[in-house]
Design a protein around this ligand. Sequence first.
Ligand SMILES: Cc1cc2nc3c(=O)[nH]c(=O)nc-3n(C[C@H](O)[C@H](O)[C@H](O)COP(=O)(O)O)c2cc1C
Length: 190
Amino acid sequence: MSKIVVIAGSPNPASRLNGLIGSAVRRWQQAGIETGTIQVAELPAEALLSARYAESAIAEAVSAVEQADGVVIAGPVYKAAYSGLLKSFLDLLPQTGLAGKIALPLFIGGTIAHLLSVEYALKPVISALGGRHVLGGVYAVDQWVNRLEDGGFALSEELQGRLDRAADELAEELRWLEYRRSRQPAHAAE
Ligand SMILES: Cc1cc2nc3c(=O)[nH]c(=O)nc-3n(C[C@H](O)[C@H](O)[C@H](O)COP(=O)(O)O)c2cc1C
C-alpha cells in the first residue's frame, strides 16, 4: 500500500497553501491512499535549526519521509525561491532521502512571475537528494485561493482542475510503482 507525505513549508499557520494541500489530501484519501502532513512550522524550532536529528519530533518527521513513496514538497515562494523554513527541513533529510520516491512540487506565490522558482530553486534540491522522478506539480498565485468564513478555502476553477489532475497523476504513478514492486523477485527488493 502506497503512502504519501506532504512536507508543508509555510511559516504562516493560516496560509492559503493549506487550501491546496487540504484539497489534494482529500482527493488522495478518497482514493484510499494513506496520506500524512508534516507542518514544518510545528516542529521544535531550536531542534530544527540546530539540526538535532535525535529529537523525537524531528526523527519522526524524517522517518515519515523515509517511509513514504510519494513526497509532496509544498511551500510559499519567498524572495524568489522556497521558504527558509522548508529548506531547513529538507536539509535534515539523509543525503539520498528522496531516492526511489515520486516527488510532487506544490507552490504558491504572490505573482506568476516566480513560476520558474520551482525549476531553478526547488528541482536542483530534489535532485541533490536523489529524487529522479519529479512530476510537473502545481504553481498557484495566491489570489486564486480565497479564504472562506468557516476557515476553509475556495480555489479558482482553473486551479482546482490543475490540482486535481496533479493529484490524480501522483496516485496513478504510485499504483504503477506498487505494481512494479509486486513483480520484483523478493530478493531484488531487499
Ligand atoms: C517574506 C515574504 C516574501 C515573499 N516573496 C515572494 C516572492 O519573491 N515572489 C512571490 O511570488 N511571492 C512572494 N511572497 C508572497 C507569498 O508567496 C504569498 O503571499 C504566499 O505564498 C501566499 O500564502 P499566504 O496565504 O500565507 O499569504 C512573499 C511573501 C512573504 C511573506
